[in-house]
Design a protein around this ligand. Structure first.
Ligand code: PLP
Length: 434
């Protein structure tokens, strides 16, 4: 043991190994050195021989400087929160690169003077939603609601229906978030039914606004009713409509999803939405509405803490001005086309001796909206034992386990990736025969 330890190569020697020198092209010295120290430690513990230290260190290094791994989403869930919600369009990806260096985010190149931050993005939002007098972008949908409620009603009271006190996921409850800013919430109506009269009898001199929250992740059915925006407008209070899902215009595919334009036309004073749900852009909170109110949000001290970075501004503008983002494409795919792709993929896999067959597979919108809506489509069913190797492979392919089979739903898989998926399945099959 003593002997072996004396033979453990020194740090500088190990760092000179060709594999670690090569790693120096993509990783910094601190990262590489930490891997070397860990490998030396393993040798000292007798886990590996002294001659294996350099290879052990090189094997332990990540293939890239980010630990995030790209995933092929074969779950059929278009907006999968655990997989980063919306996949960005080619235009948005390109814009991220453009913005990643120095860029004229707050600078007018013609005059050499400071300019309004993110003006291109705000102009693009107004161009797509002409019904909005003014627009603002913040860090996410929750921040947009928080800022709207705080700027309009801090220290005062906001009316909200009992049926709309929602949890948006991971234990975050909108009412809890909003009360942190000193707004008092007055709950009106009941869980299943709230009428405009309930708001009217609750409104008093200290009421600053009505908040209407779209139940984007659940559905109440049966004996239900809710007050519409036009009804709420008759109360004479500003109506803040939190739509969440971020549809800018009505979409016949999603008849129950409210849209920003419709909410503004119905008389909402301020409308808030997410950038990375149905809009298919980067994480962002979008605010549309009356100029005076949006301006009061923009000038509120909290706005600085909720500000978006140049990457978000760039990707959001490109989402609005570029070709349809993957979210929109995935939502509107033709089931017959999906079935044809699934047939081709299954055929290729069967040719390789793999038990694969085409199945009907219903996709869903996911965390972004339209709860309960099925999107008819198709996928390839495989033995369930392939699930883990596909998940951990490179690239990672995440499917859905359904009734004892692994289903790869092709809705959110780019057709260009079909051969990549086929290769990944063949690799998984080779790794777990049987
Ligand atoms: C998703 C959602 C939010 C939160 O938006 P994030 O962008 O996730 O912060 C708020 N309100 C509603 C109605 C939502 O659907």
């Amino acid at each position: 043991m003593e002997d072996a330890r004396r033979h453990i190569p020194g740090t500088d020697t190990v760092l000179g190994h060709p594999r670690l020198v090569a790693a120096g092209q993509r990783l910094n010295r601190t990262t590489i050195k930490a891997a070397v120290l860990a490998a030396q430690e393993r040798a000292r513990a007798g886990e590996i021989g002294p001659e294996a230290v350099a290879d052990a260190a090189a094997d332990a290094l990540p293939p890239a400087a980010t630990s995030l791994r790209p995933v092929i989403n074969a779950t059929g869930v278009v907006l999968h929160t655990n997989l980063g919600r919306a996949a960005l369009s080619a235009a948005a990806r390109e814009a991220l690169l453009t913005a990643s260096g120095y860029a004229d985010v707050e600078f007018d190149l013609a005059s050499g003077r400071r300019a309004r931050r993110g003006r291109g993005t705000l102009d693009a939002l107004r161009a797509v939603v002409p019904a909005a007098e003014a627009t603002l972008v913040v860090n996410n949908g929750a921040a947009a609601v928080l800022l709207a409620v705080t700027a309009i009603a801090a220290g005062r009271e906001v009316l909200v229906s009992r049926g709309e006190l929602v949890e948006i996921g991971d234990g975050f409850r909108l009412p809890e978030l909003l009360t942190t800013t000193g707004v008092r919430f007055r709950e009106v109506g009941t869980t299943n039914r709230t009428r405009v009269g309930d708001y009217a009898s609750a409104a008093g001199p200290d009421t600053a606004a009505v908040l209407k929250v779209h139940p984007s992740n659940f559905r109440v059915s049966g004996f239900t009713s809710a007050a519409s925006i036009p009804e709420l407008v008759t109360l004479g209070l500003p109506v803040i409509a939190d739509l969440g899902s971020g549809l800018l215009h009505p979409d016949p595919l999603l008849p129950d999803e409210p849209d920003v334009t419709g909410a503004l036309r119905a008389g909402a004073a301020v409308v808030t939405a997410s950038g990375d749900k149905l809009l298919g852009g980067p994480q962002a909170g979008l605010v549309f509405g009356r100029t005076d109110l949006v301006e009061s949000l923009r000038r509120h001290p909290l706005a600085r803490a909720l500000r978006v970075d140049k990457l978000t501004l760039a990707a959001l503008e490109a989402t609005l001005r570029g070709l349809d983002p993957p979210t929109r494409v995935a939502l509107h795919l033709d089931p017959a086309q999906l079935r044809e792709r699934a047939g081709e993929l299954a055929g290729r896999l069967r040719d390789a001796g793999i038990d694969a067959r085409v199945v009907d597979s219903a996709g869903v919108v996911g965390g972004g909206g339209a709860p309960g809506l099925d999107l008819p489509g198709a996928g390839v069913a495989l033995p369930v034992r392939y699930a883990a190797p596909l998940r951990t492979g490179r690239p990672s392919v995440v499917g859905r386990v359904d009734r004892g089979r692994l289903v790869l739903d092709l809705r959110c898989v780019s057709p260009a990736d079909d051969p990549v998926v086929a290769a990944a399945v063949r690799a998984a099959a080779a790794g777990c025969p049987g």
